[in-house]
Design a protein around this ligand. Structure first.
Ligand SMILES: [Zn+2]
Length: 133
């Protein structure tokens, strides 16, 4: 049954839990991300499924762009969360260091970034990020 296989799909973010219980409900707006790392994972998944409205909604109002552009032919291969600092359920801010891998036209790329997150009125937002080599 197609519906069942969709529900049993592992999450794009590499959490080893199911899409339907991990990032999908956050992207749909059924549930808020409890931690900065959960928000970061959901935003990676939103890039995979090109959920532009969620990417904008989870972007900090101070740094939010007017739109998100997706790269044609970009295929996301996986996410690795390397480090987190603060960003827990009782924090107001936090950082997440991650490596995201993707391919464009068969060529592999690696995005290594430290992202900053802030919580406003109980909701986590992506503030900005610094690329590392
Ligand atoms: Zn996920």
């Amino acid at each position: 049954m197609p519906a069942t296989s969709t529900e049993a799909q592992p999450c794009h973010c590499g959490s080893r839990t199911l899409w339907e219980t991990c990032c999908a409900p956050i992207i749909r707006g059924d549930r808020a991300a409890a931690t900065a790392a959960a928000l970061m994972r959901s935003r990676y998944s939103a890039y995979v499924v090109e959920a532009e409205s969620y990417l904008l909604a989870s972007w900090h109002p101070q740094t939010r762009p007017s739109r998100v552009r997706f790269t044609n032919g970009q295929r996301w291969l996986g996410l690795q969360v390397k480090n987190t600092a603060s960003g827990g359920v009782d924090d107001k801010a936090g950082t997440v260091e991650f490596v995201a891998r993707y391919k464009i036209d068969g060529r592999g790329h690696r995005l290594h970034e430290v992202s900053r997150f802030e919580r406003l009125e109980g909701q986590w937002y992506y503030l900005d990020g610094q690329h590392l080599n």
